[in-house]
Design a protein around this ligand. Sequence first.
Ligand SMILES: [Zn+2]
Length: 180
Amino acid sequence: MHARGFRRIAALAMATAAPLGFGLATAPAASAAAATTVYYSSAGAPDYVAQIDQGAANWNAAVSDVQLVKDEGKATVKIHEVTSGGSYTQTDGHGNGDVYLDTSQVAEGYDPTRIAAHELGHNLGLPDHYEGPCTELMSGHGPGTSCTNAKPDAQETAKVQQLWANGVRAAGTRVTTTVY
Ligand SMILES: [Zn+2]
């Protein structure tokens, strides 16, 4: 009698434990696959390769839903060097675009790593906010040449996370053309 009763309780316990275990096992796998990779090329800006890589690394350290990886073959964000006109980006804000880094702006004293990270920010969907402080990446040239911050602040980080949440590029037009 005792042995038979125990087997029955054990069988019930296993029946309820199995679905719970399954649910717990699948949840982390689903979130781990969420990041979108955006490939970029720096071949067109040979004088700023290190600064571009640093700008991308700063974004990668801040956000997890999208990551910037250099791949000259797969690049959908192509970075070029120009000598006048200001640094700017033509992008759909969805990880496709062309970035133009102006060497004359760097000669004026603007930090090239900040410019690169800022322009990459446009490709991730952020607009300009020139009136913002140096702690904001998207304030661009606004705070002047003394500003060398090349990392997004908490609000900019949260916005990019929201735009690229769960590996999906949020719908809607974001940035079209902007100047640093
Ligand atoms: Zn800008």
